[in-house]
Write a protein that binds this ligand. Sequence first.
Ligand SMILES: NC(=O)c1ccc[n+]([C@@H]2O[C@H](COP(=O)([O-])OP(=O)(O)OC[C@H]3O[C@@H](n4cnc5c(N)ncnc54)[C@H](OP(=O)(O)O)[C@@H]3O)[C@@H](O)[C@H]2O)c1
Length: 313
Amino acid sequence: MATMKAVRIHAYGGLETLTYEEVPLPAIAQDDVLIRVHATAVNPVDWKIREGYLQGFIDYDLPLTLGWDVSGVIEAIGAEVTDFKPGDEVYARPDIKRDGAYAEYIAVKASEVAFKPKAIDHIHAAAVPLAGITAWHCLFESANLTAGQRVLIHAAAGGVGSYAVQLARWKGAYVIGTASARNRDFLMELGANEVIDYQTTPFEEAIAPVDMVFDTMGGDVQERSWQVVKPGGILVSIVSPPPEEKVAAHQCRSAYVFIQPRADWLTEMAQLIDAGTIKPIVETVLPLSQAAEAHKLSQSGRTRGKIVFQVRD
Ligand SMILES: NC(=O)c1ccc[n+]([C@@H]2O[C@H](COP(=O)([O-])OP(=O)(O)OC[C@H]3O[C@@H](n4cnc5c(N)ncnc54)[C@H](OP(=O)(O)O)[C@@H]3O)[C@@H](O)[C@H]2O)c1
């Protein structure tokens, strides 16, 4: 049986459960493509799944290969696939219910795959799908953000935030981001109009009301954010569902988003990347064999942009 290297978990738990091992090559269904993985990115959901936080929401049959961002080259296609051929360079945010991309190969539904941006390498392309689709969904699908509106983006320097800042500016919104002082200049260069240092300044005392709050933090940050949403505005959270009574009390709207694969949005983002309008930020590149180090970094909550695994040259 053909095998490949992958990082899997055989049980939920700490960093020690990440096992770099030889596993069978994935089989492809008729509507799948087999992607030779060049790079895959780390997302907080990876270590949340590893620690068992998503049990009850998604029931996995362990062992499980983690990682739901991929950039690579099509190796083989299922009998029903017509949009791609072997040799095509692609990227995707694959279905989180299946084995992920911390591996040399991954089977992905063709409908979840888009052509990779041409202007960037696989390492940067792998940093786009999950975080980019999340930002796109929240800004444009949930909030329908338009030019001239004001948006507050929490954790603006993180994986999701760094796309949200760029996409919101592209739409013509006025962008306020929260971050620590070390990320101020970085965010102004990325397109933020204002940066609030959350470590020294309570954002709710520092800014005028906004049309949208993008909540990437939950907890106390979400709680304090109600004070700055305009009546008729919206709070969109990717961390915890906003309570109904808060929405009613502040006469605003809310959404809780858990993203799904969207190849059409990846195609639009590839065009924006190739045009130089948005760019992925990659802070750290590691080999798959250092998965534990990558998760430790991600769990620190201080990543600027993304952590990426380079799987092959
Ligand atoms: N529901 C969904 O579909 C979905 C999709 C994607 C992500 N998520 C969730 O969304 C959250 C964010 O994801 P991510 O990938 O963007 O995380 P991330 O890249 O790990 O975020 C790291 C960033 O958070 C900033 N940060 C930490 N504490 C902060 C605070 N109190 N205020 C403002 N910024 C702070 C850090 O900036 P400093 O270093 O400057 O502090 C750092 O740049 C995670 O919980 C993730 O699981 C959900």
